[in-house]
Design a protein around this ligand. Structure first.
Ligand code: FCB
Length: 473
């Protein structure tokens, strides 16, 4: 396939990719697998949430999605065709452990045996996420319940025993910040609670689950590396006004630092006096819990999508401009980056924010920061198959070019985040998939999926990335 003339050339970018730097693509089980009622699999919180009227934008459910469960081999062939070094996927918790506790289900677990074997056969390194927003439906209070941390630890041990000889890198949990904010504070993701600041215990329980999972994987003797993934967003205040500055600092704390600080430094962040007792929930955390959370890690997984612009909110719960009631009850507001180019989701396109996110990681965590993988970066656009049978997703090519380039530049000698040992970059996503509360309205894939037929069509971005990967020295 020939590329359009405006397409960024593969060679100059390829020449800047260091030897050994891992480039791959990522997915998550609830977004691609489907096969919700195959074998002994039981419903997850996302199956239940999607069944509730009005929760998912287009009324869709994760019952079929991209049907990866039945098209696994085709998707592995796509990875091979891409020349990907690695593939990041997640386990469906209720497929491998339908009862939410106790032994793995042999049939459900067998699916991942086959996936891992096939990836290794074609030379693609498996990066496995244990919990990517996925919990058994039976965990009624979800991450509000401390017990869920123990369950994640148990699951990690079982997965470690079964797949520890084949998984290259383990990610305990994906984006705890999004789970707390969207799932428990604002009610826009499963399980759909709108608890605002009362959602904070879910931060601690997810981090504790991470710590227990790390220990269980190590006890199982896994050969692979172990890390965690969170989403990081550099935060800017909307103005110089002290209220906006204070709320930007608060958002940075609750979105970025309350997760990374305990994991990397062993304590929750100190809260400046002007923020009062906003994070008092963490004051009573026992020292033993922090020791469990603060495990040595082989890598840190950083997802970067966009920066955040914050202004003080009224906290009144009135939503004059269409904000959700929960959102408008918070003391801060997320503002639109007016005039910035946007993705199909309306997310601002800001590759320079990548450098800022990495700089913050280096400055805050210094020598305590292990090697870093970008475990997700990508964009949705309203891709369609043209009359020529192709998907001309030039905007995605430009996005990926500019973001990979920005990440590499940030850590190059003289770069804004020089000193970070950046080891790799995963594109979100390998294939178009079910984008949570946005259903099928957002296409993030390098490969187009027809959700009626399951048919895969590699997009121009797939061909472009393949050319970049092939042009490396
Ligand atoms: C991240 C999620 C991933 C996907 C992308 C677009 O926050 O980890 O599953 O939805 O956003």
């Amino acid at each position: 396939m020939t590329l359009d003339t405006a397409t960024p050339a593969a060679e100059p970018l390829a020449a800047r990719i260091p030897a050994g730097f891992v480039i791959g693509a990522a997915t998550a089980a609830p977004q691609i697998e489907g096969a919700a009622v195959v074998g002994r699999r039981t419903p997850s919180i996302w199956d239940r949430f999607a069944a509730e009227p009005g929760r998912i934008l287009d009324g869709s459910t994760p019952a079929v999605t991209a049907d990866h469960f039945h098209r696994r081999q085709e998707d592995v062939a796509l990875l091979r065709g891409l020349g990907a070094d690695a593939y990041r996927f997640s386990f469906s918790w209720t497929r491998v452990q339908p009862a939410g506790r106790g032994a793995l289900d042999p049939e459900g677990a067998g699916f991942y045996d086959r996936l891992l074997d096939e990836l290794l056969e074609v030379g693609v390194r498996p990066f496995a996420t244990i919990s990517h927003w996925d919990l058994p439906e039976g965990y009624e209070r979800g991450w509000l319940d401390r017990e869920t941390a123990l369950r994640l630890g148990e699951l990690a041990g079982l997965l470690g025993e079964r797949y520890g000889d084949r998984v290259d890198s383990w990610i305990t949990i994906n984006e705890p910040a999004t789970v707390t904010l969207n799932g428990y504070a604002l009610g826009i993701h499963a399980p759909g609670d709108s608890l605002l600041f009362d959602a904070l215990p879910t931060v601690h329980h997810q981090l504790l689950g991470h710590g227990m999972a790390v220990q269980a994987l190590r006890a199982a003797g896994v050969q692979g590396a172990i890390g965690i993934t969170n989403t990081h967003s550099p935060v800017s205040p909307a103005s110089d006004a002290p209220e906006d500055q204070a709320m930007a600092a608060l958002f940075d704390l609750v979105h970025n630092r309350v997760y990374a600080d305990p994991v990397l430094l062993g304590h929750y962040p100190e809260v400046p006096g002007f923020l009062g007792d906003a994070l008092a929930a963490f004051d009573a955390v026992p020292a033993e819990d922090l020791a469990q959370i603060h495990q040595p890690l082989d890598f840190y997984g950083l997802n970067y999508y966009m920066p955040t612009l914050i202004a003080a909110g009224s906290g009144s719960g009135e939503s004059p401009d269409g904000e959700s009631a929960a959102m408008s009850a918070l003391p801060f507001r997320l503002l639109d980056f007016e005039g910035a180019p946007k993705t199909g989701f309306g997310w601002p396109i800001a590759p320079d924010g990548f450098g800022r996110a990495l700089t913050e990681m280096r400055d805050r965590y210094g020598d305590t920061l292990p090697p870093v993988f970008i475990t997700e970066n990508g964009a949705s656009f309203p891709d369609t198959i043209g009359d020529d049978g192709r998907v001309h997703d030039d905007e995605r090519i430009a996005f990926l070019h500019d973001h990979l380039s920005a990440a590499l530049a940030a850590v190059e000698p003289g770069g804004v985040a020089e000193g970070i040992d950046l080891r790799g970059f995963f594109v979100w996503s390998l294939i178009d998939n079910w984008e949570w509360a946005a259903g099928f309205t957002q296409r993030f894939g390098l490969v187009h999926v027809d959700f009626e037929t399951g048919r895969r069509t590699p997009k121009a971005s797939y061909e472009w990335l393949r050319a970049v990967l092939a042009a490396r020295a």
